[in-house]
Design a protein around this ligand. Sequence first.
Ligand SMILES: *[C@@H]1O[C@H](CO)[C@@H](O)[C@H](O)[C@H]1NC(C)=O
Ligand SMILES: *[C@@H]1O[C@H](CO)[C@@H](O)[C@H](O)[C@H]1NC(C)=O
Ligand SMILES: *[C@@H]1O[C@H](CO)[C@@H](O)[C@H](O)[C@H]1NC(C)=O
Ligand SMILES: *[C@@H]1O[C@H](CO)[C@@H](O)[C@H](O)[C@H]1NC(C)=O
Ligand SMILES: *[C@@H]1O[C@H](CO)[C@@H](O)[C@H](O)[C@H]1NC(C)=O
Ligand SMILES: *[C@@H]1O[C@H](CO)[C@@H](O)[C@H](O)[C@H]1NC(C)=O
Ligand SMILES: *[C@@H]1O[C@H](CO)[C@@H](O)[C@H](O)[C@H]1NC(C)=O
Ligand SMILES: *[C@@H]1O[C@H](CO)[C@@H](O)[C@H](O)[C@H]1NC(C)=O
Ligand SMILES: *[C@@H]1O[C@H](CO)[C@@H](O)[C@H](O)[C@H]1NC(C)=O
Ligand SMILES: *[C@@H]1O[C@H](CO)[C@@H](O)[C@H](O)[C@H]1NC(C)=O
Length: 745
Amino acid sequence: MLVISSVALTWALLFVGSASSKPVEAVSSTTSASSGDQASWTAPSAFPSGVFKHWRVKPGNYSQEPRPAVTKFGSGGYFSQSIDQPYPLQTGPPASNAVYPDKKEQAPHKNYAKEIEANITSLIANNNTQQIACQRCISGLRLGQKLAKAAPHHVPGVLIDLCTRYNFTSTKSGLSQAEVCKREYSGATLGSSLTQLLSYADLNGENPSDGLYLCANVVGTSSGCKNPAPIDLNADGFLDKWFGGKSKRSAIRKRSESVRNKKHMRLLHFSDIHVDPRFFVGGEAQCTSGQCCRSDSFNSTVAHAPPSPPGSYLPAANISEKAVYWGNYKCDAPWPLAVSAMQSVKHLNKGEDVDMSVYTGDMVTHDSDWHLSNDLVTYTQQAIFDTMKHFLGNGPVFSAIGNHDTAPADQSSPNSLPDKGPRDQFSYDWDNLKRLFEAEGWFSHEEAKQVSRHYGGYSISPRKGLRVITLNSDFWYKGNRYNFIQTSNPDHGGILRYLTDELEAAEQRRERVWIVGHVLTGWDGSNGLSDPTNLFYQIVDHYAPRTIAHIFFGHTHEDQFNVFYANNGTQRTSVNAKAVSFMAPSITPGSNVNSAVRIYTVDPETYEVHDYDQFYTQVNDFPGLPESQHGPIWTHLYSAREAYGNFSQSAVSGAVANGTVKLTDQGYWPAQAPLNATFWSALTDEMEKRSELVTQFRHFTGRDSPKSPGCDSGCIAANICYMRSGNAILGQQCPTGAHYASVQS
Ligand SMILES: *[C@@H]1O[C@H](CO)[C@@H](O)[C@H](O)[C@H]1NC(C)=O
Ligand SMILES: *[C@@H]1O[C@H](CO)[C@@H](O)[C@H](O)[C@H]1NC(C)=O
Ligand SMILES: *[C@@H]1O[C@H](CO)[C@@H](O)[C@H](O)[C@H]1NC(C)=O
Ligand SMILES: *[C@@H]1O[C@H](CO)[C@@H](O)[C@H](O)[C@H]1NC(C)=O
Ligand SMILES: *[C@@H]1O[C@H](CO)[C@@H](O)[C@H](O)[C@H]1NC(C)=O
Ligand SMILES: *[C@@H]1O[C@H](CO)[C@@H](O)[C@H](O)[C@H]1NC(C)=O
Ligand SMILES: *[C@@H]1O[C@H](CO)[C@@H](O)[C@H](O)[C@H]1NC(C)=O
Ligand SMILES: *[C@@H]1O[C@H](CO)[C@@H](O)[C@H](O)[C@H]1NC(C)=O
Ligand SMILES: *[C@@H]1O[C@H](CO)[C@@H](O)[C@H](O)[C@H]1NC(C)=O
Ligand SMILES: *[C@@H]1O[C@H](CO)[C@@H](O)[C@H](O)[C@H]1NC(C)=O
């Protein structure tokens, strides 16, 4: 239910009819609550002053996105205009962003690149040889490797030529194939990074694992290659060695009665802001050209090309939906929306600062590879962390790096690469995070040091008995091409070793741990890689529930959860439930979801979640906001306990989980019991009996988005299966179908 705060309402009434195009200043507003936690907050229309000190384009005009002037660390000056100007858009990152592998061999002659290109071309053309498609793909990689080792700087040129000849890329942006190929495969965009892969991949032997992965995932399914079978982690005592022969200690410690009445903590969980600093008000918001709400966006159904000259607008008849000041469903968050979400938190939390926050990654906008750069990443991190600092109290904000928070996107390379250049290629990023976590006052200097060593990850104890271990999840993400080298090692980045060592130490210290990351390990298995997510699953089984209290992820933009079970998920029943991961909904509305933030109530001794409140704003209302003289209305969507705590159908003799959890007389989850893995697993059992709960869940997944598709009985069964799949192998065994795994379109 919408509860507009009375002060804001008064302002709104005062201004109705005064059709000014300027946001009104200082609409004061307070939290109001109808009952319990059903808070709602109406943002003022004015951009909150004081978040940014300097501006390129000042807020105060609904026809333009405000552009903060952000200082570039170390240089003393601002980031260059090309980072955030809506037009003209940059055609590629600076050449200095390119990082090549060292030259390993002498090229036999000056025209080696031409020879290799000719041989690859004939390999593609002469497909009447005996070699099957996948083997031809691997032969192609071997040719590329020769060049990458002998003349690394020549690889991008060959890639651009081949791309242009064989139409590797889409031309939906309105650019020619040749132009897209040039932008996409130049050294500074993807060219040098692909050169590294060619140089470092192990392509020896008949069916080289690295080669199969590279062909199946980077070249694509057309290569005819399939991913190799998952590694058997029990072979050669791998898992025994992994855990140092230590056995599981599964008993969970009893909490003392004295804390029963202690005030619960409030923990903010937010994710996937994806701020778009080049958002172009008036541009095409329902585009077919890639990133929408940009000066170069267009929809091919109603327009044949982007507006010309850059910065002009298509005629109204050639626009399907106009980009508006507060944002649109197919676009990343403009600054006013991103800031409004963070501004809303204190108001939604009854006027009090949250005790701490978890941000599960992705700050940088989704974009064509050539519009990304190291500077765009550091600009976004600086501006967003400063905004968090402004609105979220003393923090700390425990932030995980997302797959979009690097340039090129999705990429993180292991510290074990042979050459120094590539080994250090992301240091600019990890070092910037280290600096910011300390500068915002969240981490001590000593604590921050870990961030550089662990790809943006760290292990920190912010309160007695609690430890937060944050990981760079790119190392299990399918989109990270560096995962396709050294594939015989399920942990080539070393992050799961780090996690295990930190968990072991935490267990010794009797701490409870929250694991924080970006990319989820499970659900339908479309994001994670089998081997690292399988190993992660075994680690969770080893240390939960005694030491691992919860796992926090983001990435999908959707409100989801995953239950992890004992014994490799062989019996996924509630008695075997050991841990739960929460996927937070996104702040970006892309694609077709409503912006949302979540606040948990957490037990201050066990650090288990007792409940959470999900808040959202209806993006569908945004086009009308300038006239209504207020900003987005942030509203309570549901509380987890209220929405899901009724176990009337699966309860046997008033209890669930084989009688281990005694319900209330009304069949409700006991008021004192946490919403732990047993709860979420029992919920999936209840869902099997009451399919309307899955319908409800899907409605929450997209946060009441009018664009969310329905879910038939096949889809309902699939969703229950996804909830019970904490790793990629399990997720891939679930049924699939259109719109089953996601409400986005
Ligand atoms: C608002 O921005 C538009 C587009 O840049 C500009 O044409 C207009 O003059 C601005 N209006 C005001 C009041 O600044
Ligand atoms: C390219 O093909 C020619 C003709 O088959 C062959 O002689 C040459 O060795 C090949 N070059 C490389 C680098 O494999
Ligand atoms: C060989 O290439 C042609 C033309 O590209 C294609 O039609 C055919 O299916 C290919 N054959 C094999 C065995 O890949
Ligand atoms: C690439 O696209 C162009 C233009 O659409 C077309 O003429 C050409 O045949 C395509 N080439 C290949 C190899 O598919
Ligand atoms: C867990 O089960 C999956 C099949 O669901 C199997 O591929 C994997 O090897 C098993 N892992 C372990 C450690 O037993
Ligand atoms: C393009 O515009 C048409 C007509 O307005 C619309 O039906 C379609 O959904 C739009 N395409 C996308 C991808 O949004
Ligand atoms: C706009 O739409 C009209 C009518 O469909 C069409 O004739 C014209 O070419 C379009 N203009 C652009 C720039 O796409
Ligand atoms: C969850 O809480 C219930 C009730 O306190 C308890 O019986 C169960 O063992 C807990 N489950 C886990 C995985 O900690
Ligand atoms: C719990 O759910 C059942 C449907 O299975 C419903 O009949 C009952 O009224 C619900 N209980 C409460 C207290 O809402
Ligand atoms: C729980 O109950 C089910 C069904 O009655 C039974 O098959 C299973 O063995 C029980 N599990 C445990 C751990 O008691």
